[in-house]
Design a protein around this ligand. Structure first.
Ligand code: MN
Length: 229
């Protein structure tokens, strides 16, 4: 047994639908501008250029029902509903044709973003970390294993704030499919069991205020609810 000079924190993990055992989280990756309509609203061309890839820290996960503390240093906190891929089997340089074999399951995610800091970073060619990684930045619902839900290629993806629908699209609108994303990501990184991939958000992103209740949903993956405090 290793010993440590300071007490290690518990490993981040996510609930799995129908299981007592939890999904242990290794890294969290994100994909930017992966729905044509959202790319356009962010002043990007909706063409299949290599996707923008970024990371979120694994200890920023925020489970269903937990409150999101409005983060510091922003006045424009945004929601982004996303399909999250949970990697069960690792690998590097995974061909797209074999990519789905590496998927354990899927979940609804909310890629909370300090939009004002991201806009400044984009304009100045700086990294996105301070926009994408903060306490509670990675909303995550229960993971549904592939034997239960199969591989999701289409289906409604939506988000509401205080009961008003703000995002309403279909997984079929993704520019980079899940196999394409896994192939591309694994050409840069060795994917590991426990990795989560946030696969991008459709159009309709917008701000959240203290007191708001934000609900994200994907057909067959249930819903994910957070209150901003
Ligand atoms: Mn996103």
């Amino acid at each position: 047994m290793a010993s440590y000079v300071v007490t290690p924190l518990p490993r981040p993990s996510v609930a799995v639908d129908g299981e007592v055992a939890r999904f242990p989280v290794q890294r969290i990756y994100g994909v930017g501008f992966n729905y044509a309509d959202h790319a356009v609203e962010m002043s990007k061309d909706a063409v299949k250029t290599p996707p923008v890839l970024f990371g979120k820290a694994a200890d920023t996960l925020l489970a269903d029902g937990q409150h999101l503390s409005y983060p510091s240093k922003t006045s424009d906190l945004h929601y982004e509903v996303e399909l999250v891929v949970a990697i069960g089997t690792g690998g590097a340089h995974i061909p797209a044709a074999r990519a789905l074999d590496h998927v354990y399951g899927y979940a609804v995610g909310n890629d909370f973003t300090r939009r004002d800091l991201q806009t400044t970073a984009r304009a100045q060619g700086q990294p996105w970390d301070i926009a994408k990684t903060f306490e509670g930045a990675a909303g995550i619902g229960a993971i549904y294993a592939t034997p239960m839900v199969g591989h999701l290629k289409r289906g409604r993806i939506w988000l509401s704030v205080n009961g008003v629908i703000k995002q309403d699209s279909d997984l079929a609108q993704m520019i980079w499919s899940v196999p394409d994303i896994i192939a591309e990501l694994s050409s840069y990184f060795s994917l590991q069991p426990g990795d989560l991939i946030y696969t991008g958000t459709p159009a309709g992103v917008g701000p959240l205020s203290v007191g708001d209740v934000v609900i994200a949903g994907i057909e067959s993956l249930g819903t994910l609810t957070h209150r901003v405090v």
